[in-house]
Design a protein around this ligand. Sequence first.
Ligand SMILES: Cc1cc2nc3c(=O)[nH]c(=O)nc-3n(C[C@H](O)[C@H](O)[C@H](O)COP(=O)(O)OP(=O)(O)OC[C@H]3O[C@@H](n4cnc5c(N)ncnc54)[C@H](O)[C@@H]3O)c2cc1C
Length: 318
Amino acid sequence: MKKYRVVIVGGGPAGAACAGKLIKAGLEPLVVDKQTFPRQKICAGWLTPGAFESLGVRPEEYPADLSVFPYLKVYLHGFPIRRRGKQYAIRRLEFDHWLLERSGAEVIHHEVKSIQPCERGYCLDGQIEAEILVGAGGTHCPVYRRFYAGTQPRSGAKIVALEDEFQHDWTDQVCRLWFFENGLPGYAWYVPKKGGFVNIGVGGNAEILQQRGATIQGQWEYLVAKIRRMGLVEKDNLNPRGYVYHLRGNDFKAPADNLYLIGDAAGLATLDMGEGIGPAILSGLLAADAILGCSPLRFDAVPRYSLLPPWLRWLARG
Ligand SMILES: Cc1cc2nc3c(=O)[nH]c(=O)nc-3n(C[C@H](O)[C@H](O)[C@H](O)COP(=O)(O)OP(=O)(O)OC[C@H]3O[C@@H](n4cnc5c(N)ncnc54)[C@H](O)[C@@H]3O)c2cc1C
């Protein structure tokens, strides 16, 4: 049995940010991930300036391809507006790998299947022992399933999303977002990325879609027809992949000592945009602070909204 003070399940933005901060403070956490990095992650890769700020990194310092958008073109029920203010896009394949390497953490490739409390903390699959366990394994995180799902299920709205990222010699460099079109309780996007890639996708509230008798697949087909009509992408054989995650709901209370849940595992995506990378990073840093200070983990500092001004926030409820 390998023994560690801190084990982090999941090496995405939440786990990597947590590991990096713990290492800076002199701890040696182990990161366990079922995938080998660099790994693909279903995500549009939109990054807010705040995400860089919490990492203490200037965007210019990011070593891989970074797309910079001076504004977003937002269509509200088809009506176009420019949402000014710099925004960024990365490729998750590159960003997550960079973040995890930068953390300096020991990473092992292992899918965590069972977690048992043991004398000194937690035992993972009878192979790894942790005094402190951090769940950063995304929506299906085994730490969430083992210790939280039964008594404190995530209360935030469930988002279903479909996207495809592919090589494309794009000419239209504007990042476009379409809200509420075709009855979508969410939004669709076209994100041209530096390095010759495009990400297109749709995401919406699963429960409302179901109530409307609609499907995310139907919304995807509507988007593809639209971007073809607009001449943004001509490619045939698009290959959309899906994932679910949760918007911010009630904060969790740790059901046991030395147990932490961060990022998508804790359901922290913003209520207006479903932004999850920034909240994952910030929650990872806060978990590191809580571990180092032996204090409870609180998410008060994690923003609930990305772009929506306070006077419009009632729109994003429910
Ligand atoms: C289609 C789509 C588009 C999105 N677009 C954006 C966007 O543009 N901007 C944005 O900010 N957010 C976006 N999000 C949300 C964002 O992707 C997530 O919120 C973010 O990845 C959360 O990071 P995380 O570190 O919590 O989890 P993840 O990035 O999911 O990392 C979790 C890690 O845990 C590992 N893991 C899982 N189970 C186990 C196990 N049993 N054992 C070991 N390891 C395990 C996984 O392999 C994975 O590497 C999007 C989501 C979707 C679905």
